[in-house]
Design a protein around this ligand. Structure first.
Ligand SMILES: O=C(O)CCC(=O)C(=O)O
Ligand SMILES: [Fe+2]
Length: 315
């Protein structure tokens, strides 16, 4: 598939939701609605996460991944997605990537998070950021519901009883010029409600599929990339799109941060009545935790198994 270096994903100014100007708010809601239908992705500037906190996260992440591999391997937690992972294989070829994964602070298994002793203060910095991301992702979900013409409280009723949030710190080591693969993270869609992503050190690499072309998400200073996940696609009966994305190789180290806003594992997911009044449901009901399990199995079976995606529940 072709790569289009000219196009860019929509950029939306979050200050429209802060300043109390009703006209600006309505305009921004319309922009978000378009972006979620047409792209499944947008970049948010003037968002709520502090620039100094993002800088702290970048510093801690750099220091952690600079440790010798044996030290990082101390944080491997067998039979669990959390902790350190050296390589993953989301879609066949092994990803050239290391990561640290944590459950969000409201996740029922948060006590199982594994914390590095070094760098000093790591846990405090990450927990602070997780707290901010949790609040901000809830706010954004309410904004998306408003953009859909639903009441913001609707979100609260549907999924707020339990949390499945997780927080990921990926590190993509610089690729030598003769590195044989084009991708360092295989193409995939995110399985939750929405994802907040920061390209922490502003090294590009993230690409988004749009009309059969890969579009590079150019890092904008202090912006957040927001993308719609599979759950939002199901809730809206396909109106908002969970879109394929991937990370391509670079000759520089690349650091990013992702917060996955996910309903709790016992939450039942189905198209909302508001979107099935005039058309049949495109998905059957499923339980969030079951879908997460199927997706995890994908990973462990590598490219031999057929990947389970949200189409598994299509009717
Ligand atoms: O690191 C990135 O830019 C993207 C990461 C991503 O898409 C993911 O982990 O789901
Ligand atoms: Fe992703």
């Amino acid at each position: 598939m072709a790569i289009d270096e000219e196009a860019s994903i929509p950029v939306i100014d979050h200050s429209a939701f802060v300043l109390g100007d009703e006209c600006a708010r309505v305009k921004a809601l319309a922009e978000i609605d378009r972006a979620c239908r047409d792209w499944g992705f947008f970049q948010l500037v003037n968002h709520g996460l502090g620039a100094d906190r993002l800088e702290n996260i970048l510093q801690c992440t750099r220091d952690f991944f600079a440790l010798p591999l044996e030290r990082k391997l101390d944080l491997v937690t067998p039979m669990s997605p959390i902790g350190f992972l050296n390589q993953s294989g989301a879609s066949g070829v092994v990803d050239r990537k290391e990561h640290l994964l944590f459950f969000g602070l409201d996740h029922p298994s948060v006590r199982h998070n594994a914390w590095p002793e070094s760098p000093h203060g790591f846990r405090g910095v990450v927990e602070e950021m997780m707290r901010e991301c949790a609040a901000f992702s809830k706010l954004l979900t309410r904004i998306l519901f408003e953009a859909l013409g639903l009441s913001g409280d609707c979100a609260r009723e549907i999924y707020n009883k339990e949390s499945g949030d997780s927080f990921l710190l990926p590190f993509y080591p610089a690729c030598p010029p003769d590195y044989e693969h084009e991708l360092v993270l295989g193409q995939h869609k995110d399985g939750g409600i929405l994802t907040l992503l920061s390209q922490l050190n502003e090294v590009p690499g993230l690409q988004v599929l749009k009309d059969d072309r890969w579009i590079t998400v150019k890092p904008l200073k202090n912006s957040l990339v927001i993308n719609v996940g599979d759950v939002m696609q199901v809730w809206t009966n396909g109106r908002y799109k969970s879109v394929m994305h991937r990370v391509v190789r670079r000759e520089n180290d690349r650091f990013s941060m992702a917060f996955f806003h996910i309903p709790g594992s016992s939450t039942e997911i189905a198209p909302l009545e508001e979107f099935t009044a005039h058309e049949p449901p495109k998905y059957r009901k499923f339980v969030q935790g079951e879908y997460i399990q199927l997706r995890m199995k994908n990973r462990s079976m590598g490219n031999k198994a057929k990947e389970v995606t949200i189409e598994h529940y299509a009717v």
